[in-house]
Design a protein around this ligand. Structure first.
Ligand SMILES: *Cc1c(COP(=O)(O)O)cnc(C)c1O
Length: 498
C-alpha cells in the first residue's frame, strides 16, 4: 500500500498534499491563460490526435502529480478553447465567474450528493433556498417547485416527461409509470417552432413517442413561432384525429436568440388544453435584467420552465434547473428506493431524489449561490444589458459594410450574419461559392487563432454566428474580426482568380 496521501483528511501530510496539488493546478491554469493571446492555439484535429497518440497509455505505476499536471497543461490546456478570451464567441459557451470556480473546488472536495438528505445535509437547504428564489424570480407561486439539473437537455426531457404522463393520466385514465404507453400513444403530438432546440425531438424519441410526435410550427421573419401557423397546425392535427398535448415555447432560440410570443401561446394552450413548457435555457437570464425582463412577460404562466446556468448565468458546466408551476406534478416521476430513506418524508426530512432523473447528483447549486452572493443581482443584470447592447452595435457595424448581410435583428446577444462574396467565378453556382467561402472564413479564423465563431444555416445556406456572452468583449474586438474577415475573404477571391 502506498504511503502518499490520497484523500484530504485531518493528517498534516494530507493537508500539505491538498494545498500543493491545488496550487499546482492553479498555477497551470494561470500560466496557460497568460501565455496564449489567442482564443485557440489553432491546432487541427489531426495534429491533436497525433499529440495524443504519444500520450495514451495508462501506467501500471503512478508518477508525481506535478508531472501529470505538466503534461495536461501542455497537451490539453494549451489546446483548449479559451472561453474567457474576448473573441471566443462561437456558442452559448460562457466564461465562468471566478466565484463559481472557487465553488467548484468546494463542491468537489466535499462531494455532497443531492439525492438523499443524509448525503447532503446543509447542501439540500442551499439548493431548496435557491429554488425558492428562482420561483420568485420567474413569477411562480408558493405551490411551484424545481430542481437543479445537468442542463437544458435534461430539463427539457423532464418537461416533456411530466407533460406526457399528466396528459395521458387525464385523457385516458392511464398510468404511464406503471403501464407504459397507452394504445393511443402513437397519436400524441408536441408542438414547437422550427427554431426549437433539437433536444425536444430527442426527448420525444427517448420518451417512446418518436420524433414523429414533434410537429414543427413555422417561424415568422423574426424567428418567433408564428401563432397563425400554430392555430392552423392544431386544426389540421385535430382533423387527422391526432392528440396534441404539449406546446413548447422557446425563450431564446439557440441560433437567433428569438423569443416566442409567450402570452399568446399561453392563451392558445389554454383554449386547446395543452401543457405549456418554456425552454428558457438561453433567455431565462433576462429575468435579471431590468431593461430586458419584459421580453419574457408571460413566462410565469408556463406549466414548466427550463433554465440553464452554464450559459448566460456564467456558471461552469454543468448547471441548470427545471421549474414546475405546480409541484404536485412531480408525482409522475417519483419512484421509491428503500435505501434512500422513504420514511423521511413523514418526518419532513427533504430527500431531493424524488424530483430528479438522476440519483447521485452534484451540488451545482452552490456555484450559483456563491456567484449571486458575491456579485449581486444588479451587476448580474448590468452584464447582460452590456452584452445585448454590444450585439446591437455589432449588428450596426455589419450593416455598414457591403461585404456583410445581417440575417436578423439581435434579440439577445446572438448575431447571425453572412459574408457576401463580391465576385463569383464563372464555373461556380453563387450559393455554393458563398457557402464554401463562409465555411472557409470560419476555419481560417479558428486556424489562425483570430476568433472562434460558429456556423449555422439560414434557409439552407451557410452563415456565421457569434454569441456575445463575454462582458469583456468590446466593439473594437468585433471590428477586428470584421476587418480580418474582409482581408481573408479578399485573399480567397484573389487566389481563386489566379
Ligand atoms: C443550450 C440549449 C439547450 C440544451 O441545453 P444543454 O445545457 O446544452 O443540455 C436547450 N434549449 C436551448 C434553447 C438551448 O439554447
Amino acid at each position: 500500500m502506498r504511503t502518499e496521501p490520497l484523500f484530504l483528511t485531518r493528517k498534516s501530510e494530507s493537508e500539505k498534499k491538498f494545498r500543493d496539488s491545488v496550487r499546482m493546478a492553479q498555477e497551470a491554469i494561470i500560466r496557460s491563460f497568460s501565455s496564449l493571446d489567442k482564443p485557440y492555439s489553432g491546432l487541427s484535429p489531426e495534429q491533436i490526435s497525433e499529440l495524443w497518440r504519444e500520450n495514451n497509455t495508462v501506467p501500471e505505476y503512478g508518477q508525481s502529480l506535478e508531472a501529470v499536471i505538466e503534461r495536461v497543461a501542455s497537451n490539453v490546456l494549451s489546446h483548449s478553447a479559451v472561453v474567457t478570451h474576448p473573441t471566443c464567441i462561437a456558442h452559448l459557451h460562457c466564461p465562468p465567474f471566478i466565484a463559481a470556480i472557487a465553488a467548484e473546488l468546494l463542491i468537489a472536495a466535499t462531494n455532497q450528493s443531492m439525492d438523499s438528505w443524509d448525503q447532503s445535509m446543509a447542501a439540500t437547504f442551499v439548493e431548496e433556498q435557491l429554488i425558492r428564489w428562482l420561483c420568485e424570480l420567474f413569477g411562480y407561486t408558493e405551490s411551484s417547485d424545481g430542481v437543479f439539473t445537468s442542463g437544458g437537455t435534461q430539463s427539457n426531457l423532464m418537461g416533456l416527461l411530466l407533460a406526457r404522463d399528466a396528459a395521458i393520466a387525464h385523457r385516458f385514465n392511464w398510468n404511464v409509470q406503471q403501464q407504459g404507453l397507452p394504445p393511443e400513444g402513437g397519436k400524441l403530438r408536441i408542438l414547437c417552432s422550427e427554431a426549437a432546440h433539437f433536444s425536444i425531438a430527442q426527448s420525444a424519441a427517448l420518451l417512446g413517442l418518436g420524433q414523429q410526435a414533434v410537429v414543427a410550427v413555422k417561424t415568422d421573419e423574426t424567428y418567433r413561432m408564428c401563432t397563425v401557423d400554430l392555430e392552423r397546425t392544431l386544426d389540421s392535427l385535430k382533423d387527422q384525429g391526432l392528440i396534441p398535448f404539449l406546446l413548447v415555447a422557446t425563450a431564446g432560440t439557440t441560433d437567433y436568440g428569438s423569443i416566442d410570443p409567450l402570452l399568446s401561446l399561453r392563451a392558445i394552450a389554454d383554449t386547446r388544453q395543452l401543457w405549456l413548457h418554456v425552454d428558457a435555457a438561453y433567455g431565462g437570464a433576462l429575468m435579471l435584467s431590468k431593461q430586458h425582463q419584459s421580453k419574457l412577460a408571460g413566462i410565469e404562466l408556463a406549466d414548466s420552465i427550463t433554465v440553464d446556468f452554464h450559459k448566460l448565468f456564467y456558471q461552469p458546466i454543468s448547471c441548470g434547473a427545471f421549474m414546475l408551476k405546480e409541484r404536485h406534478n412531480f408525482r409522475w416521476m417519483k419512484l421509491h428506493a428503500d435505501y434512500l430513506n422513504p420514511h423521511d418524508e413523514a418526518e419532513h426530512i427533504p430527500n431531493l431524489v424524488g424530483k430528479s432523473l438522476q440519483t447521485t447528483r452534484r451540488f451545482d447549486s452552490l456555484k450559483l449561490y456563491m456567484s449571486l452572493q458575491h456579485i449581486g443581482t444588479n451587476v448580474f443584470g448590468e452584464i447582460i444589458d452590456y452584452t445585448i447592447e454590444l450585439s446591437e452595435q455589432f449588428a450596426r457595424r455589419l450593416e455598414e459594410h457591403q461585404q456583410f448581410e445581417l440575417l436578423h435583428e439581435p434579440e439577445i446577444n446572438a448575431v447571425v450574419f453572412r459574408y457576401v462574396p463580391s465576385y463569383i467565378p464563372d464555373h461556380y453556382d453563387a450559393d455554393t461559392w458563398s457557402d464554401e467561402l463562409n465555411a472557409y472564413l470560419r476555419e481560417e479564423l479558428l486556424g489562425q487563432g483570430v476568433a472562434v465563431l460558429a456556423r449555422t444555416r439560414n434557409k439552407g445556406r451557410a452563415c456565421l454566428k457569434v454569441t456575445l456572452l463575454n462582458p469583456e468583449t468590446t466593439i473594437a474586438d468585433l471590428q477586428f474580426i470584421i476587418d480580418q474577415i474582409i482581408t481573408i475573404g479578399r485573399q480567397y477571391h484573389l487566389e481563386e482568380v489566379r
